[in-house]
Design a protein around this ligand. Structure first.
Ligand code: SF4
Length: 355
């Protein structure tokens, strides 16, 4: 099976300082595969510094890996020919955390919508272009008469973000890479944007990679999740399993810190207090060892591989060393479990904190 999007042993190191002597490893030997059998919504979750934005930029092809490969439809992004790259640019669309930066303040927002249609020759006439733009705006819940002709500063943050979602839809992409798309909009609009993301997946068959630090919204819209910690996968699998029964001590910490509107209901059971750790972890050790209440001597000697705890859940933690080690190329199976066609991510699932 050829994956739609795949990372093979990807490492990304940034250099800084004089002569590039200081280096930071943003991603370390990460493998990931998103299948092409059916569209899905997958969350890449983690705190600031986990490597999730680096992963987003790598998938978009705006930066290259230091080591490893990124493939789209089996083709290495760095080896794409001109036509393949053009196709990739149309089929894989970004949504930015701060849409304001994408707009040219001197043009009404119509410009940002019409540009891709013209660039990729998607409309046969002006009238056709207009119809496509109206359809895309309506798809994201915007009224064209209240949107077109306005300048970016005349729209709210939520409207600007929805215009960017509409812009992506115009290109009929196969994949949308959304970087924290709701982190800068207020709660009342969050639900509308998340709803647009669900619609893209269910009605238009688009695969969405949802980059977030927020497990609540990930749980609302996603089917699978990859939790990153300091540039490595800590845990991955179906979102139901990972959120309701997190295995990695770091994921438990994240789940445990989700606000609880109902104090009687717990996510993930009791989690021991995690000690605040110094980031002085020995190289080759588990990256979480200084914060982990379950740390054992072996955790300081080598980094744990990903263990396949169940069919659709893996964790990089020696607590599960009796489980089989995940084969490098099997991560796609974990993230796209066989069986019933996807009941869209949540089927109306509500998460804690949803208004
Ligand atoms: Fe904790 Fe050891 Fe598991 Fe790392 S490998 S998360 S230190 S128990």
């Amino acid at each position: 099976m050829t994956a739609l999007l795949e990372l093979r042993n990807v490492t990304k190191v940034y250099s800084s300082g004089m002569f590039g002597r200081a280096t930071v490893t943003a991603l370390a030997d990460v493998s990931l595969a998103i299948g092409d059998e059916r569209p899905t919504i997958i969350a890449i979750a983690g705190e600031s510094g986990s490597g999730k934005t680096t992963l987003w930029r790598l998938l978009l092809g705006v930066i290259s890996p230091t080591k490893g490969q990124i493939l789209y439809n089996g083709i290495d992004l760095t080896n794409m020919g001109r036509d393949q790259r053009r196709e990739f640019r149309r089929e894989v669309q970004p949504i930015f955390q701060d849409p304001f930066e994408v707009y040219n303040p001197f043009y009404p927002v119509d410009h940002v919508l019409a540009m891709p249609v013209r660039k990729f020759h998607l409309a046969e006439s002006k009238r056709d272009e207009r119809r496509m733009i109206l359809d895309a705006l309506e798809m994201v819940g915007l009224r064209p008469d209240e949107t077109l002709g306005r300048y970016p500063h005349q729209l709210s943050g939520g409207q600007r973000q929805r215009v960017m979602v509409a812009r992506s839809l115009l290109l009929k992409p196969r994949v949308i890479l959304a970087d924290e798309p709701v982190s800068m909009v207020d709660a009342s609009l969050r639900a509308t944007i998340l709803d647009s993301i669900r619609k893209m997946n269910r009605e238009l068959g688009i695969t969405v990679v949802y980059i977030t630090h927020d497990l609540t919204t990930a749980y609302q819209v996603c089917e699978n999740i990859v939790v990153l910690y300091r540039g490595s996968i800590a845990e991955a699998g179906s979102i139901e399993r990972v959120i309701k029964d997190p295995k990695h001590p770091y994921t438990r910490l994240l789940v445990h810190s989700i606000p609880q509107p109902n104090p009687k209901r717990k996510w993930g059971g009791d989690v021991p207090m995690v000690v605040a750790g110094e980031i002085g972890t020995p190289q080759d050790a588990c990256k979480f060892v200084d914060r982990c209440p379950f740390a054992m001597p072996m955790c300081r000697e080598s980094a744990p591989p990903l263990y396949r705890i169940t069919r659709d859940q893996v964790a990089s933690c020696f607590l599960y060393r009796d489980a089989p080690v995940l084969q490098q190329d099997a991560i796609g199976d974990v993230l796209a479990p066989a069986g019933e066609p996807s009941t869209p991510a949540t089927n109306g699932r509500k998460a804690h904190g949803e208004v």
